[in-house]
Design a protein around this ligand. Structure first.
Ligand code: B12
Ligand code: SF4
Length: 476
């Protein structure tokens, strides 16, 4: 089983830490359906060299858009030797006909229903060439084969998902395309989620769920179950769910220390145009303050290049994020992934510039923006990163925190990610990434006496009475 990497992740010159964060959870999930006596290896090209000289019975490839071309090359090479190649994942689901030219069997959507079916067919030597997932559920799914993960190669070996998808329908998001033909938001049972957490060694967890707070009842029970486990964890959720009463307090009391939040844009027209409706009318500043009051750091996600954006968007966004004391920011250039509503609209308007998937990495402009040149958009994107992570801005942002320990944590966390990239590169090369986990845990900890962590009754009277509608986003 192989997770192919995009070129940048395997560069002999420089390897960004973000490719050594998480193990290939999707493939470990699929491996759980193999028979106990099946021989299997799981290789993640982001962190190890591929050896393509073998001739296994079956090669399984997980394909993201940015690694599609690489995945096709690997597939072609194996197929030339007569090896059966099975391919699935987000990009295969978006563009099945393209993928089918490089595979013996393709899989559309999540694999929990189709993969076991394929394994039966394959053993009986009558595999189909295309499997479409229709029953989207995590109920009864076996625990991921974490024994196949080379934990020492990752900073965050304990990545976990307890739900899939999201109840929202933002136009630029992958999820409507990926989950079509079935439910687009579903969860494990709370008991199964807690059991999976119990199985993970150490303290730190990273929930990769698109929106961990999406189902308030599920999330609330999960956080209550996690209290007292002594975990430190990070996750992603929407602004409206952060502003909803009680959920955030419960999460913080259960060990939440940083949250990925999709602000995307501060422009209401852009939110409306992208159907990011759950952000409309929400007080972004109040959400950040509420997170900080609960001792939770903010990883804010922002998208540049929406139709309302002109060249002032970059400075405005950075200034706002720094002023709010947001610890880390993830900037993206708007990217029309195939089979999304955004892609359909841009295609109809003749604005897509090319389909070189290598460049659909949210750092290149692959369409014609309304009020910016593509070059200006790319430059503004890079400038935004540089400005946000200037030491002066890191210190300025830290001043928005009330407690000194939170200020220190802000500086250590923001600086740690972006100011020591060469050091991360060196650590990755000597395969010592996992040794940095205790440092990450120490930084996340924050000893400030935050209101909500004490769970005093007052903490339950949270501000903004926003409705908990639903779900979704994540890491990058
Ligand atoms: C963790 C993560 C990362 C991690 C690591 C990925 C890893 N090790 O797997 C890091 C930080 C490196 C990363 C980087 C990037 N990411 Co990313 N990432 C994710 C995230 C949050 C979770 C993925 C995950 O683990 N899901 C949980 C597992 C269990 O699900 P799964 O992997 O999808 O596997 C299931 C199915 O896909 C299917 N399946 C998959 N393969 C196969 C194969 C077969 C044979 C079968 C039967 C089934 C099957 O079955 C599995 C079980 O259900 C997703 C968002 C999301 N919710 O998917 C974004 C996401 C995948 N990333 C995305 C992007 C754009 C990127 C970047 C380009 C971002 C950037 N600007 O740098 C880079 C480059 C990625 C690359 N290497 O090519 C997009 C992908 C869009 C697309 N159409 O491909 C997503 C969807 C985010 C988004 N909302 O836009 N990412
Ligand atoms: S809220 Fe996030 S995960 Fe949900 S549809 Fe919108 S972008 Fe996707």
């Amino acid at each position: 089983m192989i997770l192919p990497a995009l070129t940048e992740a395997t560069s002999p010159l420089f390897r960004p830490i973000k490719y050594s964060l998480f193990p290939p959870l999707g493939l470990a999930t699929l491996a759980a359906y193999l028979d106990p006596d099946d021989e299997v290896t799981l290789t993640d090209e982001h962190v190890e060299k591929l050896d393509l000289s073998d001739t296994p019975d079956l090669v399984v490839l997980e394909v993201y858009i940015t690694s599609a071309n690489r995945a096709y090359k690997i597939a072609d090479q194996y197929r030339a030797k007569g090896v059966f190649v099975a391919m699935g994942g987000l990009h295969v689901t978006s563009l099945p006909d393209e993928a089918a030219r490089h595979a013996d069997a393709i899989f559309l959507g999540p694999g929990e229903d189709t993969w076991p079916q394929f394994l039966r067919d394959f053993r009986e030597r009558r595999p189909a060439s295309r499997y479409q997932s229709t029953t989207h559920t995590l109920l009864g799914s076996p625990p991921a084969r974490r024994d196949l993960i080379k934990r020492h190669l990752y900073l965050v070996p304990n990545s976990i998902v307890v739900s899939r998808g999201c109840p929202h329908v933002c136009d630029f998001c992958y999820k409507e395309a990926f989950f079509k033909g079935g439910k687009s938001y579903y969860t494990l049972t709370v008991d199964a989620a807690l059991a999976e957490i119990e199985r993970l060694p150490g303290r730190h967890l990273y929930f990769l769920d698109d929106h961990l707070f999406a189902n308030a009842r599920f999330a609330s029970a999960l956080f209550e179950g996690m209290r007292g486990m002594g975990r430190l964890w990070q996750a992603g959720a929407t602004i409206d769910s952060v502003l909803a009463p009680e959920l955030l307090e419960k999460a913080a009391a259960a060990g939440l220390r940083s949250l990925f939040v999709g602000f995307e844009t501060t422009n209401i027209e852009s939110l409306r145009a992208q159907r990011k409706l759950q952000n409309l009318g929400q007080d972004y500043g109040a959400a950040v303050r509420r997170l900080h009051d609960n001792g939770v750091m903010v990883n804010g996600s922002f998208v540049f290049g929406m139709d309302e954006d002109d060249e002032t968007v970059f400075d405005r966004t950075v200034e706002w994020a720094v002023g709010q004391g947001i610890e880390t920011a993830t900037f993206h250039i708007l990217t029309p992934y195939p089979d999304t509503a955004l892609h359909a609209r841009m295609k109809a308007e003749g604005r897509i510039l090319h389909d070189n998937w290598d460049l659909y990495d949210t750092r290149h402009c692959v369409y014609r923006p309304a009020r910016l040149d593509p070059d200006r958009l790319e430059k503004g994107y890079w400038d935004a990163y540089q400005n946000f992570y200037r030491w002066s801005n890191i210190f300025l942002g830290a001043r928005a925190q009330a407690a000194w320990s939170s200020r220190l944590r802000h500086v250590a966390y923001a600086g740690g990610w972006k100011k020591f990239e060469p050091l991360w590169d060196a650590i990755i090369r000597v395969k010592q990434t996992a040794r940095m986990l205790p440092l990450l845990e120490t930084i996340l900890e924050d000893k400030a006496p935050h209101r909500a962590r004490r769970m005093e009754p007052e903490a339950h009277r949270s501000p903004a009475p926003a409705p908990v509608t639903g779900p979704a986003e994540l890491v990058d």
